[in-house]
Design a protein around this ligand. Structure first.
Ligand SMILES: NC(=O)c1ccc[n+]([C@@H]2O[C@H](COP(=O)([O-])OP(=O)(O)OC[C@H]3O[C@@H](n4cnc5c(N)ncnc54)[C@H](O)[C@@H]3O)[C@@H](O)[C@H]2O)c1
Length: 251
């Protein structure tokens, strides 16, 4: 079950956290993986460690996306899987969100997903086959306090996923969104340090506590769901928004 042998994948933001866990899981299931990340040295280092390819990638730059896409296609003869995982966090209500923060978050989290899908769709259409997995968030489904710009960006990711799913359903291309709750990754550790540096332990405890299950998720738990969506066993699924959140959105 869930064999990915022969499938090629590009994972944006694949050098850290959830993307790293997905890269590891895809390789373990037999996929040929290109890890694209703004942190090129980490992408190359991880790729070497796990038997993937690594490349510099900035999802805000169409030329950089084109080059990473070509790399994935050249390596495997086509692109089966695009995983959009690159993302940034910002903490603040509307009045605490400067226009430049807003633009920075949308540029990566929302426009970056648009640009990556735009670069992947024509090669996928040519083969009449493709599978897009977007790492959205619980913030695509519900509002999360003091995450204004992030919520807006992740709402866009979910609607993009649904629009893609509908538009390309008859072209052999599917698109689904994974909506994680809080997952213990360098992103979380980084923003806790940046915005809540005066009470790191207390903030981490709150982040565990806000999931009814009583803890943050682990990146490998999100990766397991990505493997299912990448595999042929999920072929009937498209346009889905899948919460994986310790019960958060069930409240
Ligand atoms: N950690 C969580 O609690 C959580 C919850 C829900 C959704 N998510 C989403 O999961 C995704 C991964 O988050 P994470 O927690 O693993 O974060 P992370 O910071 O560990 O990893 C994100 C990666 O994206 C890369 N990146 C950032 N900007 C980029 C750009 N312009 N081009 C290419 N790469 C870029 C970073 O270098 C990093 O390697 C994000 O989209 C995030 O919003 C995370």
């Amino acid at each position: 079950m869930f064999d990915l042998t022969g499938k090629s994948a590009l994972i944006t933001g694949g050098a850290s956290g959830i993307g790293e866990a997905i890269a590891r899981a895809f390789v373990a299931q037999g996929a040929r993986v290109v890890i694209g990340d703004r942190d090129a040295s980490r992408a190359l280092q991880l790729a070497e460690e796990i038997g993937a390819e690594g490349t510099a990638l900035d999802v805000t730059d169409p030329r950089s996306l084109r080059a990473a896409m070509d790399r994935a296609i050249d390596a495997a003869g086509g692109l089966d899987l695009l995983v959009n995982c690159a993302g940034l966090m910002h903490v603040g209500k509307l009045h605490e969100t400067e226009p430049e923060d807003y633009d920075r978050i949308q540029a990566v989290n929302a426009r970056g997903v648009y640009l990556a899908c735009r670069a992947a769709i024509e090669p996928m259409l040519r083969r009449r086959s493709g599978n897009i997995i977007n790492i959205a968030s619980v913030a695509s489904l519900i509002a999360v306090e003091r995450r204004f710009a992030y919520c807006v960006s992740k709402g866009a990711v979910l609607e993009m996923t649904r629009a893609l799913a509908i538009d390309y359903a008859r072209d052999g291309i599917r698109a689904n969104a994974i909506c994680p709750g809080t997952v213990d990754t360098p992103m979380i550790r980084g923003y806790v340090q940046k915005y809540f540096g005066d009470d790191v332990a207390g903030t981490l405890a709150q982040l565990h506590e806000r999931q009814p299950i009583g803890r943050m998720g682990e990146a490998r738990e999100i990766a397991a769901l990505a493997v299912f969506l990448a595999a042929d066993e999920s072929a009937f699924m498209t346009g889905a928004a899948l919460p994986i959140d310790g019960g958060w959105t069930a409240k």
